[in-house]
Design a protein around this ligand. Structure first.
Ligand code: FE2
Length: 428
């Protein structure tokens, strides 16, 4: 007797007709037609059952603040940073907590159960840090929130940037952040990478930097980040977020850079929605896409995971907490439309991002935590195409969100009376 069995599931690795049996908060068995019964049974009817979506790069302190105190008129990254600087002095802990909790509700409804958020440490009052640590504690029963100390205005460039970042870490922030391309000079950027990696080594923390979020092909802080990772013995614990300058770099240089990044076992976190929206803004035509080299990085064995980055904030007015929207954009911008490539993209929203975040007990194997999402789609490719309903979201063996299957009624003479968008697999 189990507590829960999800029956007749398709798994992301292509297995079908699989039952998943859960006792308490653990997956006990994964096999076809499990004979035992359970207190709760869910018939997945041949739909995809996946471990939850994981967002390895987000800004929970800025989310849902769209329009405060005004809209980003140019739509650029730099006006977004300036606009956030206008909003920041007016932020209160209560308002930050309220917006973040609302976002987490949305995330849970989309099957997104782990988020790494960068938390701006530029204002020495650190209200953002206090608020996000409170949110982390409050959502812990249903959503894993990791925090990154993020010196948005520059580690060296902001007046008390160095001290504020250290204080944020003292307060319990999990990860060391950075923004080398936003320091005053290339040299300051390089020095900031060195200093921040040293802090991470001394404190035994991971690193996750906004790195080279620019179209400038000579913005090469990723090289320093990889080299310092190796020098401090931080292999596998460092993430390079964005890395958009790699899009514009010289190919010969990249042929040397990618093996260095692989040697450093760097986790790579592109943010497709935000990269396609904010990069290439100084181009006329042709316009660069500005996303890093996903296919080549994956081929070199680097762990690539995609972040949502922003939802309705000074940088991005759209977004819905749906990682499949992120993956949908990634398929287009990276031009990875093959069936296996779509599975790679899907993995970059799930298993790869869980690896980036170092999540324990993640996955669909026996002994993993029973965190599952049942989708109204047959397989990863269809999930990316449809961004379908999350029929059930299960956390530690309990259903914490559900959505009715999407179906439309049709009133057309001689045609079917309803349409289910997930029933449009090619009829070969
Ligand atoms: Fe970001």
């Amino acid at each position: 007797m189990f507590d829960l069995i999800v029956r007749n599931a398709n798994l992301p690795d292509g297995r079908s007709g699989i039952d998943i049996a859960v006792r308490a908060d653990k997956i006990i068995e994964v096999a076809p037609r499990i004979a035992a019964t359970a207190g709760t049974e869910i018939d997945a009817t041949g739909r995809l059952v996946t471990p939850p979506f994981v967002d390895p790069h987000f800004h929970m302190d800025a989310t849902l603040s769209l329009g405060l105190p005004r809209m980003n008129r140019s739509g650029t990254l730099l006006e977004g940073i300036a606009l956030w600087g206008e909003l920041r002095p007016t932020l209160t802990r209560d308002a930050l907590v309220d917006r973040a909790l609302r976002y987490c509700d949305l995330a849970v409804s989309q099957g997104l159960l782990a988020v790494r958020t960068h938390v701006d440490t530029s204002d020495p009052a650190l209200v953002t840090v206090e608020a996000m640590l409170e949110v982390k504690h409050r959502v812990a029963p249903y959503l894993t929130l990791q925090t990154v100390a993020f010196p948005q205005d520059g580690y060296y460039r902001a007046e008390q940037g160095v001290k504020s970042l250290e204080r944020a870490l003292d307060m319990g922030v999990d990860i060391v952040g950075g923004i080398p391309h936003f320091e005053r000079t290339m040299e300051d950027g390089r020095l900031s990478v060195q200093a921040l990696c040293r802090i991470a080594a001394d404190r035994g923390l991971p690193v996750d930097m906004h790195c080279d979020e620019t179209d400038d092909p000579l913005s090469r802080h990723v090289e320093t980040l990889a080299a310092e990772t190796i020098r401090f013995g931080l292999q596998g614990r460092v993430a390079g977020s964005h890395l958009t300058s790699m899009h514009s770099m010289d190919n010969y240089y990249v042929s040397k850079l990618i093996p260095l990044m692989a040697e450093a076992q760097m986790n790579v976190i592109p943010n497709p929605l935000i990269n396609i929206m904010l990069q290439g803004r100084h181009d006329s035509y042709p316009k660069r896409r500005g996303m890093t080299r996903v296919r080549e990085l994956m081929a070199a064995g680097l762990n690539v995971s995609f972040g949502h980055d922003c939802v309705m904030d000074p940088w991005y007015s759209m977004g819905s907490g749906d990682m499949l929207e992120v993956g949908h954009m990634a398929v287009h911008v990276a031009q990875m439309a093959g069936i296996e490539e779509k599975t790679q993209i899907f993995n970059a929203l799930t298993v790869n991002s869980a690896k980036t975040m170092g999540l324990a007990g993640y996955g669909l194997d026996k002994g993993c935590t029973a965190d599952l999402v049942v989708l109204q789609a047959r397989d990863p490719a269809e999930a990316l195409r449809l961004k379908p309903a999350r029929l059930a979201v299960i956390k530690s063996g309990k259903i914490i969100a559900s959505t009715a299957p999407r179906s439309s009624t049709l009133n057309l003479p001689g045609r079917p009376t309803s349409v289910d968008a997930s029933d449009y697999a090619p009829r070969l």
